[in-house]
Design a protein around this ligand. Structure first.
Ligand SMILES: O=P(O)(O)OC[C@@H](O)[C@@H](O)c1c[nH]c2ccccc12
Length: 252
């Protein structure tokens, strides 16, 4: 089993447990009522936007840094991040929903829940505490992704649809996604290539484009901006040195 399949299977198991614990109708009501911040508007402001990620560990990097997620969020915001991404996957990324809540409580910028969403109940759960939800196109087939995108929108939750190739980019557009993330990292073998964004950006001209992964320097971010990205999502390098965020936020 690939790491991605393993992560998806573990997420499905957690979703099953959640369904036993919580009534989906009640979660739906709470999600509709939860007051959300506008993720899309934050990314659409003039200039290159930065989404800074709180990530303690990852399957590709291993242990990164054991930070306090709230402190890290405050630091990122002070460095000019326009949104936060918080990993909530517990096994390989060492994240939690508590991390998400703690960080969101201390910042004013919108927060993306970064996890492996494979069940609608997880979209509902995300709608009760975050502003945007990650939907990884590779985890869905053609019939399911549109349902998840619509459900998120119904809750006022911004779906960030993540793609890695042309077929997935087409699928994201067909679903009506308005914010699309191009992951420069191949989740199956962890290779990173910033040219992925350069290749797919022309297909995605009408949407808010987030270039994800592999940004290590201000130059990398500038390259992605030149390719057409409205925002870059930076994790590992920002965890190691948050000054990178100020550098990217300062790009003319
Ligand atoms: O640490 P990096 O290379 O800057 O990458 C951040 C982010 O793009 C990455 O964490 C990510 C992109 N898509 C994901 C899906 C699940 C988990 C994590 C991710």
């Amino acid at each position: 089993m690939s790491v991605l399949d393993e992560l998806a299977a573990a997420a499905a198991e957690r979703a099953r447990a959640l369904r036993e614990r919580m009534d989906p109708d009640e979660l739906y009501q709470r999600a509709v009522l939860f007051d959300k911040r506008d993720f899309t508007a934050a990314l659409r402001r003039p200039g290159l936007s930065v989404v800074a990620e709180v990530k303690r560990a990852s399957p590709s990097a291993g242990f990164i840094a054991d930070v306090d997620p709230a402190e890290q969020g405050v630091l990122y915001e002070s460095r000019g991040a326009r949104a936060l991404s918080v990993l909530t996957e517990p096994e390989r990324f060492k994240g939690s929903l508590e991390d998400l809540d703690a960080a969101r409580e201390r910042v004013e910028i919108p927060v993306l829940r970064k996890d492996f969403t494979v069940d609608e109940v997880q979209v509902l759960e995300t709608g009760t505490r975050a502003d945007a939800v990650l939907l990884i196109a590779a985890l869905f087939d053609k019939t399911h992704l549109p349902r998840y995108v619509s459900l998120a929108m119904e809750l006022g939750l911004t779906p960030l649809v993540e793609v890695h190739d042309e077929r997935e980019a087409d699928l994201a557009l067909a679903c009506g996604a308005q914010v699309v993330g191009v992951n420069n990292r191949d989740l199956r073998d962890f290779t990173v290539d910033l040219a992925t964004t350069e290749r797919l950006a022309p297909m995605l001209e009408g949407v808010t484009l987030v270039a994800e992964s592999g940004v290590k320097t201000v130059e990398d971010a500038r390259r992605l901006r030149d390719a057409g990205a409205d925002a870059v999502l930076v994790g590992e390098a920002a965890m190691r040195d948050s000054a990178l965020i100020s550098g990217i936020a300062g790009i003319e």
